[in-house]
Design a protein around this ligand. Structure first.
Ligand SMILES: [Zn+2]
Length: 364
């Protein structure tokens, strides 16, 4: 497309707002509370697994310290350390056993913290509209940890988030609308009219990204090695596909019931991994060349502008996420065969959606 050739690099202006953009299709956020929440959750999980690894309390290792990025102030004062430790302990006691994706409580909390990203408090003490309505103790814990996080770690996390967003920005501008239409067509559905909110957080869950529905919101870890470079665009669209691929899930279940077969739990998930990978691949193979050109034209873009895509051969060497991360080797070998054999022809327009689903299920 002409747009691809004419696209220019985004301006390198510093962003003060939590929302980056505007971009098509997605609305990318780097929110303070969202990041603090995921940091506390992660540290609480680490603390719990560390404490279950030792048998007695006295053998416990030293209290967890907020990890500080290089160049940041390395030490916390006594009160800072206490506020942080209290917050981690609260998360360990209340949330560390719960899943960010499957716990309704954690999903609601995350959404609420996202909605209040522009507030510097959550109690509404200074500004009534900043009363997030969270349980009193939690509000106190988060407001206690906030100045510590803001002083010691948030600047680096926010920078990492914005760097991640900046790298994916030209790809979303050039390819976002086309990819969203293509995926909606494949899943025989409509892409949401509203932009999909994506909360970019330094850390997220163990998978590095997760998506919650009603409302559809994506959380992506900006520092996760699996989400870098050219993979970033695929992760965005894979996660978004969680929100639109319901027709596939339903069609698989319907077909299974008709054939009196058990419904394979993860086939639809393997299918959206496979599909996003196949749809992104030709785009990224072209993009590798285009972004090489961009870097050649604009030296100011920095060394990360085309991280992961530089040097890709014209014949294409983009490796989709599921293949690269070995997901098919972890119990999905059968699914990969079925998808390659019966779903791929549908992606190529050679069979209908219904036939592809029927063939897949009959091959199970
Ligand atoms: Zn997924």
């Amino acid at each position: 497309m002409v747009a691809l050739l004419l696209a220019t690099a985004p301006a390198a202006l510093p962003q003060i707002d939590a929302v980056y953009g505007p971009l098509p299709v997605f609305e990318l956020h780097s929110g303070f509370w969202m990041n603090l929440h995921h940091r506390l959750y992660e540290e609480a999980r680490q603390q719990r697994s560390a404490s279950t690894a030792v048998s007695t309390k006295s053998e416990r290792s030293a209290k967890p310290a907020l990890q500080v990025a290089p160049g940041a102030k390395p030490t916390l004062t006594g009160p800072e350390q206490r506020a942080w430790d209290d917050a981690v302990s609260y998360y360990a006691a209340n949330y560390a056993d719960k899943d960010l994706l499957f716990s309704t409580e954690l999903v609601l909390l995350k959404n609420q913290l996202g909605d209040f990203e522009n507030c510097d408090e959550l109690s509404g003490a200074k500004k009534r509209t900043c009363d997030a309505g969270l349980p009193g103790k939690l509000t106190q814990i988060l407001e206690g940890a906030a100045p510590v996080y803001r002083a010691h770690h948030w600047p680096a996390d926010d920078r990492a988030n914005r760097a991640w967003i900046k790298r994916v920005d030209p790809l979303v501008r050039e390819q976002g609308v086309g990819l969203s239409h293509r995926l909606a067509d494949i899943y025989q559905t409509q892409w949401p009219n509203e932009k999909i909110r994506v909360d970019v957080s330094a850390v997220a869950n163990a998978a590095g990204a997760y998506t919650t529905l009603d409302p559809l919101r994506v959380t992506i870890a900006s520092t996760d090695a699996r989400n870098q470079g050219t993979a970033a665009l695929e992760v965005l669209f894979h996660e978004a596909s969680h929100g639109i691929a319901t027709p596939v899930e339903l069609a698989i279940a319907r077909e299974c019931r008709q054939r009196d077969k058990p419904i394979p739990r993860d086939l639809w998930h393997a299918l959206i991994f496979y599909t996003t990978g196949e749809v992104i691949k030709p785009v990224m193979d072209t993009e590798g060349d285009a972004s090489d050109d961009r870097v050649a034209q604009s030296g100011s873009e920095g060394s990360n502008a085309s991280q992961g895509s530089r040097g890709s051969a014209p014949d294409g060497d983009y490796t989709p996420y599921a293949k690269r991360e070995g997901l098919y080797q972890r119990g999905w070998e059968n699914y990969l065969q079925i998808l390659t054999r019966y779903w791929q022809p549908y992606l190529e327009g050679r069979v209908t959606f219904d036939d592809a689903i029927a063939h897949m299920v009959s091959a199970l």
